[in-house]
Design a protein around this ligand. Structure first.
Ligand code: NAD
Length: 597
């Protein structure tokens, strides 16, 4: 593809192969993944930095993008880049266990968290919509939603159709898919008129943002012009159409179809459009997915930084060898290997549970170390996840204890991933379902084949899904049986101990063999005596970071107790404009402030 005359940066492709364009794989990885998000095969509208999901962006502006790229190329392994809604704002001196990038996207204080206020601030250049994996640089193209849909529809089949969708109008054993070009708010009522025998109904328009939903009567060609000219009027039209759309969905349910909201908040927009039965069908998480979340099962995606599809083929084989008993996983990995066309860097996604994610990550790191893979891989996930999302119309809809809107869990997830050694961590607002309706966190960890990476991977990929287990057990779910059995109401009476993984014991034994006092094994023994340790109301997930981090990263100041000069930010390098109103907008695209010791 030739470059765009208006934007010489385009087309953007991530570097491939083993030659570094940054100072280490820890910074090369976020750099390649940022660029991969904007690859024309991956991004929906790279000219406007839009990756997917309405207006989900990878960076706030082209100037901000340039500054992020420049900074990552030069970032050291004891520095951390801070990105505020797509704009790089500072480089702080940290340490090797700290994330190389920390990202906060689209966050607004509660009373201000509306699309109107968000757009006002966006117009001032103060924020951007990061969606979920757009602004956190781990989007992998359509494979992500394809795999999530595979999981969801497999669960629909289990729940409603005896384990198979064969013979339903949704999917048949003959791989036949029918596409119809039209407005969904017209097509669904038409299906009702035709009395079509529909078995399963859901929706995947960008309903979370009324400006990204095409109202009935607006020609596709006039969409951009009409929504820009009068966003408020356009919003009303879109909500009225969503009311008609959802009414048809409810009526299809009345006629016996399996109907669910697929995570785009269309029910709430239809309610605002005046339809009062909008919430008569459930969201897909409480309907099908929650039992998996209770066991810490959720998304696990990885991308080959080599750019070599053979690396993904090798990791696919490794996954099948690691989990031979998981039939659903085997079917997905096999079919994905045969049928999924890679977009940008070769990648794969599947769903794995607590314990499984850490095992897979450790295996990938070993494969990098042994040279079985041509280059490091990044391991992350999307935010349709068990322990990192507060989203009352989606991941946390209808929680057993009513804690749907409690967002502390998502923030704790980001904090624990930061504390565990993730390579980049992000906190977002509004992804999936729109501004005001969700708070969620992301993490990506790099498997570069080093011992240090192995330790980080073990902690991150244990603690990240561990948050899913904790969050659901705390809400009253049973870890093994999802929402079938109720463990408790409050107060918590019995110990909720999530057993440490076999890998933790191995790690502890290895350290003991090395001769040092075994804090890890001690900790495990202590965890077995939770009452003495005051843990009777606490779940124990994997290793205690404090002890083990001190053992394995003696250079971190906290472990050695060595005095450390505190970091500060050189505000002096800015001119006076940085403190006035609109200063942030003026600074978009500058190289971020660098912390000095
Ligand atoms: N369930 C999940 O796991 C999951 C995952 C990703 C995204 N989402 C949500 O799903 C939605 C879609 O995401 P996406 O990335 O595919 O967005 P997208 O913007 O790429 O695609 C949405 C499509 O809907 C079309 N559309 C808009 N109005 C329409 C109408 N009235 N009739 C027919 N088509 C219409 C648009 O033209 C566009 O092609 C978003 O709300 C997103 O937040 C859910």
């Amino acid at each position: 593809m030739t470059s765009s005359p208006s934007n010489p940066r385009l087309p953007i492709h991530a570097a491939t192969g083993t030659d570094l364009t940054a100072r280490s794989w820890q910074t090369e990885a976020p750099l390649r993944m940022l660029m991969n998000n904007l690859d024309p095969e991956v991004a929906e509208d790279p000219d406007h930095l839009v990756v997917y999901g309405g207006t989900g962006r990878a960076a706030r502006s082209w100037e901000a993008y340039d500054a992020i790229v420049d900074t990552l190329r030069d970032l050291a392994d004891d520095e951390t880049l801070l990105v505020q809604s797509g704009k790089p704002v500072a480089v702080m001196r940290t340490h090797t266990w700290a994330p190389r990038v920390l990202i906060a996207n689209s966050n607004l204080v509660g009373d201000w968290a509306s699309w109107e206020e968000f757009r006002r601030l966006e117009d001032l250049g103060l924020t951007m919509y990061g969606q979920m994996t757009a602004g956190s640089w781990i989007y992998i193209g359509t494979q992500g939603i394809l795999q999530g849909t595979y999981e969801t529809f497999a669960a629909v089949a289990d729940k409603r159709f005896g384990g198979t969708l064969a013979g339903t109008i949704t999917v048949t054993r003959r791989a036949l898919s029918i596409g119809v070009l039209g407005n969904a708010a017209e097509m669904l009522p038409r299906l009702l008129e035709m009395d079509a025998p529909v078995d399963v109904v859901t929706d995947q328009t960008s309903a979370h943002d009324p400006l990204a939903y095409l109202p009935v009567g607006v020609p596709f060609e006039e969409w951009e012009e009409r929504r820009t000219a009068d966003p408020a009027a356009f919003t009303k039209e879109a909500q009225a159409s969503m009311a008609a759309h959802v009414r048809a969905m409810v009526e299809l349910q009345d006629r016996g179809a399996e109907v669910f909201d697929y995570g785009n908040s269309i029910r709430d927009e239809a309610r605002k459009g005046g339809y009062d039965r909008a919430f008569e069908f459930p969201g897909f998480v409480p309907a099908y997915i929650r039992p998996q979340f209770c066991g810490g099962r959720g998304p696990f995606r990885w991308a080959a930084l080599s750019g070599d599809p053979a690396d993904i083929a090798a990791t696919d084989r490794a996954i099948l060898e690691l989990f031979p008993e998981d039939e659903k996983l085997r079917r997905w990995i096999t079919m994905a290997g045969e049928r999924v066309h890679f977009q940008g860097l070769p990648s794969r996604i599947c769903w794995l549970g607590y314990g499984e994610r850490a095992r897979a990550g450790a295996k990938f790191n070993e494969m990098v170390a042994s040279g079985e893979l041509a280059a490091p891989v990044v391991i992350g996930r999307d935010h349709l996840d068990c322990g990192s999302v507060a989203s009352p119309y989606r991941e946390t809809e209808s929680m057993l204890d009513g804690s749907d809107a409690i967002a502390d869990w998502a923030l704790l997830n980001a904090l624990v991933n930061t504390a565990s050694g993730a390579t980049w961590v992000s906190i977002h607002h509004g992804g999936g379902v729109g501004i005001g309706r969700s708070i969620h966190a992301g993490q990506v960890v790099v498997a570069d084949g080093t011992e240090l990476a192995a330790e980080k991977i073990e902690r991150v990929l244990t603690n990240d899904p561990g948050m899913g287990v904790v969050r659901h057990v705390d809400a009253g779910y049973d870890r093994q049986h999802g929402d079938v059995r109720r463990l408790r109401r409050r107060p918590l009476r019995r110990r909720q101990l999530v057993p440490p993984l076999p890998g933790h014991r191995r790690l502890a034994r290895r350290r003991r063999g090395a001769g040092g006092p075994d804090a890890g094994e001690d900790r495990l023994r202590r965890a077995d005596r939770p009452r003495q340790r005051g843990l009777s109301r606490t779940m124990v997930i994997g290793p205690s970071l404090t002890d083990e981090t001190c053992m394995s990263a003696p250079k971190t100041p906290r472990c050695t107790g060595a005095p450390r000069r505190s970091s500060s930010v050189h505000t002096a390098s800015y001119n006076g404009s940085e403190t006035g109103p609109g200063a942030a907008a003026a600074q978009v695209g500058r190289r971020p402030l660098r912390a000095s010791p």
